[in-house]
Design a protein around this ligand. Structure first.
Ligand code: ZN
Length: 422
């Protein structure tokens, strides 16, 4: 059942190439797109420190013709991509907070969850997802290896600070009992040995327990040209078909799936042990709409071409602005901004600074791989640069009106899917 060889970079202090499919073991994988070499998105050098040598890693997207999983061609040691001071907290965008509230409402209603039901979140970050289940009156437990877990503990969401695996699953089950629901939002693409994770999640579940995963959705990624979500944290890019293939290998059956707006387009997938839950029509509906095999290969080829064109268009637009002497800032520094900035080749000569909302742990640091400083967004309103590129363009509808209401008078630009002035 396991692939012949899991690409494991953990403990190497470096990286290892992915030589066969991370899910089914098929080799060789087909090349989809190369974004060149990239710095780790979460290693941000504090402003004031001199530039030092740093590792950059090849960033290639590959396609498995056997199970249709699209995946990164390189695994980087988690110590490098998830440093203990990992500056990401999921509680910061309204869209994500709303999504997790919706997840709790949907799951509680559909599964009839009560106060004795235990909900465990794997990769629970600052506890934002679980806080909804706690408010809903269920028992909750988070598992989060980084220091962000302290924030969750401080707000009363009990969180085990360990890397998730079979031993942790057994220990947690022993202490707290089996879970009615295990959730994994956007960490399901991160962990190297995905089979070990599904095995450990299955171990945590009651016989009729349900695993709910939220993953960035490959088809949405292709449709809206989100190459900027390709970075080393994201080892795998799932369609429903490839996710179903993986879960099926562990006796889990997908019984409900639907698209959700998180991260510019994700899927929420409900799975349980085969035969324990009635499979809803939503599963077949989504599967029928997905390109598979040859059709997916062709779709990936056109994706590559469109990514290259979008880079050239953005460069042309910024070139024209610079010729006219415009000053350009950036709005927000999510991980995806690092991929965009480095792939397109933006530097501090083009982008004066990038703004983050007050309280962001990224303020006072440079954008990865560059000397573009990240500053408090107050600077945008006092400085009034001619234009600003919204790097979290996937939530531009939420951000743009706020920036205007707070007094920004310049042009706002979204870089993807097609660079345009709002
Ligand atoms: Zn495969």
């Amino acid at each position: 059942m396991r692939p012949i060889k899991v690409a494991s970079a953990a403990g190497t202090g470096g990286s290892v190439p992915v030589e066969c499919c991370q899910v089914c073991g098929h080799a060789p994988l087909d090349d989809v797109l190369s974004l060149g070499y990239m710095p780790p998105v979460n290693q941000m050098v504090p402003i004031g420190q001199p530039a030092r040598q740093q590792s950059w890693f090849p960033t290639n997207l590959m396609h498995c013709r056997n199970c249709d999983l699209v995946q990164l061609g390189l695994a980087v040691d988690p110590v490098i991509i998830f440093p203990p001071d990992y500056p990401y907290t999921s509680g910061t965008t309204k869209l994500l907070r709303d999504n997790f509230a919706d997840l709790q409402r949907e799951a509680a209603a559909m599964l009839g969850l009560g106060k004795d039901d235990l909900v465990i979140d794997v990769g629970s970050n600052d506890g934002t997802l679980l806080s909804n289940f706690k408010s809903g009156g269920h028992r909750v437990l988070g598992i989060e290896p980084t220091d962000v877990g302290d924030i969750a503990n401080a707000r009363g969401i009990r969180t085990v600070k360990r890397y998730f695996g079979l031993d942790v699953a057994r220990a947690v089950k022993h202490e707290h009992g089996a879970a009615s629901v295990v959730t994994a939002a956007n960490c399901f693409a991160h962990i190297e040995d995905v089979h070990a994770i599904v095995e450990a999640i299955t171990e945590l579940l009651k016989p009729g327990g349900v695993f709910i995963s939220e993953s960035h959705y490959l088809i949405g990624l292709l449709d809206t040209l989100q190459y900027d979500t390709v970075y080393h944290e994201h080892l795998r890019y799932y369609s429903l078909a490839s996710l179903q293939h993986l879960l099926d290998m562990h006796g889990l059956e997908v019984f409900h799936a639907r698209p959700i707006p998180s991260h510019g387009g994700s899927i929420r997938v409900y799975a349980a042990r085969r035969g324990t839950h009635k499979v809803q029509d939503s599963v077949q509906r989504m599967l029928a709409a997905e390109p598979r095999g040859e059709a997916l290969a062709r779709r990936l080829t056109s994706f590559r071409r469109d990514v290259v064109l979008s880079k050239l268009r953005l460069v042309a637009m910024l070139h024209e602005l610079k010729e006219k002497g415009a000053r350009i800032a950036g709005i927000s520094a999510p991980s995806r901004a690092s991929t965009l900035v480095n792939y397109v080749g933006l530097d501090e000569g083009i982008i004066d600074y990038v703004c983050e909302i007050p309280g962001s742990l990224k303020i006072g640091k440079f954008m990865p791989g560059t000397r573009i400083p990240v500053v408090d967004e107050a600077r945008l309103f006092s400085d009034q640069p001619d234009c600003a590129v919204i790097f979290s363009w996937h939530i531009a509808d939420e951000l743009a009106p706020k920036l205007k209401a707070k007094g920004f008078r310049g042009q706002l630009i979204t870089p993807l899917p097609v660079p345009r002035v709002l």
